[in-house]
Every structure is written in structure tokens, then in C-alpha cells.
Design a binder for this molecule. Structure first.
Ligand SMILES: [Fe+2]
Ligand SMILES: [Fe+2]
Length: 272
């Protein structure tokens, strides 16, 4: 945590290193450890934005758990759609939790003075072009999945009392950070339904992944900075690219002094 002096006031800040879409495979041993070590040298917290494994296999999660040894600061994050591919997402989350990562799924945690709320999110499209819950039961179930994720994010955010509050997602809450992807697949890259709780609850910053070829930065309707930290996107800026996004946020002195503060998990009521 860093400190800067401005007249008689002392402002504390916390640096977050965020990255998503690691897509860790069973043969990735040794490939991610350096990323975590470097992120630990430059930040106070590491935030991971889903698709942490490639096929959602426990074997892949064990490899990633081994790589997390490189992290020297707290690690918090959410799962992505790839982590659900094999139907073993609970086991994947458990393995990562045992490796020391705080896996958020509609809950929240305070780390280094920052409040983090997170959930995977879901698809459905953006703004006027969002899919509506109308017609077939399958369509309604699809839309309900996005509504459920938005409610989970809101439940997590509602637990936070810190000066700076961060939303962690895999899917994007805005179209601005998926720009660059084929327009035909925008509806599968995120949902504006996730944007509503972010704007209503005065979030300080949003991190997400999933859109490997989107844009690195955008803003919600209320101006909340939103960062697409998909690793392939970050690496696309050139051979000297930093494999994580660094963002610095203000923290209160008492929060900065507090140890990790686990907030009571509160999950939104869902129909699933
Ligand atoms: Fe991905
Ligand atoms: Fe994804």
C-alpha cells in the first residue's frame, strides 16, 4: 500500500493488478508463476476475471493452484464460462480456494482496504438490443440467468462499506469494452443488466474479461471506469505488453490498516 502527502492530509492508495482469461491447461505448469510474482511486486491485490482454466477441469485447476504459489499478495476473482465447461465448477472453485484465492460468486471481501464484489455475469446483449424475457421458456431461462447474475452482483456490492468498491466479472457490463469483436457476437459477450447495480451502487472500478478481442477500457452510463483485462487482449498491445492491468484506488486509513475482512456471503435469491 502506498501513501502520498497532500498538504496536511495523507492519502492511502491500493494498487490492483487485474487479468482474466488465463485459460490454464494441464501442460501450463511454470507458465503463469512469473505473471503472479511480477503482479505481486507491482500491486497490493491480484484480481482474476474468469476463464482461469481452459475446460473447467480439476486437473487444470490444480496446475493453476501450483502457479499461484508465485503470488505474494491476496488473490481474489471470479470464474468464467470455460470454468463451467465440464460441470466441475464447484470443484474448480474449491481447489483454487484451498490454494489461497478468494473466489467470489455473489459475495464480497475486503482486501488491502478495497471492497470487492464479484460474480461471473452472463450474456444477453446491450442497451436497447438486450434480449427480452419473452416467448419460449428457453429464452426466458436465458434472460433469467443474466438477471440472476445481476442480482448476485448487487447482493455482493450491498455488503461493501469501503471508500473504493470494485466489481469483478467475467462477462462485460457494457458494449464499450467488447468493441473490436465481431458485432454479431456482442450479445454473447455480456449484458447491460450487469451495469445497473454498478451504476446504482457507485462502484469505483469494474474489471472483466471474456472478450479476447475487445477494447481495454470503457465507461458505464454513469461514468464508472470499466476495464477489459482479458490476457490475450492485454498481450496484443505488443511484445513488451504487461500481462495485467494496474489500477490504483484510494482507501481510508482505518480500512488500509484492517486485515482481510471477509464479509458475510449473501447470495441473491435465484430460481436455479
Ligand atoms: Fe476466455
Ligand atoms: Fe469466457
Amino acid at each position: 500500500m502506498s501513501e502520498s502527502h497532500n498538504g496536511h492530509r495523507t492519502a492511502h492508495t491500493t494498487r490492483i493488478a487485474a487479468v482474466g482469461d488465463l485459460h490454464c491447461t494441464v501442460d501450463a505448469k511454470g507458465r503463469l508463476r512469473e505473471l503472479f510474482t511480477r503482479a505481486s511486486q507491482e500491486a497490493d491485490v491480484i484480481a482474476l476475471c474468469g476463464d482461469l482454466t481452459d475446460y473447467g477441469l480439476p486437473e487444470e485447476a490444480h496446475v493453476l493452484a501450483g502457479e499461484l504459489v508465485g503470488a505474494r499478495v491476496p488473490v481474489v476473482g471470479v470464474l468464467g464460462n470455460h470454468d463451467h465447461e465440464s460441470g466441475k465448477q464447484v470443484e474448480v472453485a474449491q481447489i483454487l480456494t484451498e490454494a489461497g484465492m478468494k473466489v467470489l460468486d455473489g459475495d464480497a471481501v475486503q482486501l488491502a482496504g478495497i471492497g470487492f464484489a464479484g460474480t461471473k455475469g452472463f450474456a444477453g446483449g446491450f442497451d436497447l438490443h438486450s434480449l427480452g424475457a419473452w416467448g419460449e421458456a428457453a429464452t426466458k431461462a436465458f434472460v433469467q440467468a443474466a438477471i440472476d447474475e445481476a442480482m448476485k452482483l448487487e447482493a455482493g456490492l450491498a455488503r461493501l462499506r469501503t471508500r473504493s468498491r470494485v466489481a469483478l466479472l467475467h462477462y462485460s457490463p457494457i458494449s464499450g469494452t467488447v468493441r473490436g469483436e465481431p458485432e454479431q457476437i456482442y450479445p454473447f459477450l455480456g449484458s447491460s443488466r450487469l451495469e445497473d447495480p454498478i451504476d446504482r451502487m457507485a462502484v469505483s472500478a469494474v474489471f472483466h474479461g471474456h472478450a479476447h478481442h475487445g477494447a481495454t477500457e470503457g465507461r458505464t452510463k454513469n461514468g464508472v471506469p470499466t476495464y477489459n483485462v482479458s490476457l490475450p487482449l492485454l498481450l496484443a498491445s505488443g511484445p513488451r505488453a504487461t500481462p495485467f492491468r494496474l489500477v490504483e484506488l484510494a482507501v481510508d486509513q482505518d480500512a488500509a490498516d484492517a486485515a482481510e475482512h471477509e464479509l458475510t456471503p449473501v447470495r441473491a435469491r435465484t430460481r436455479r
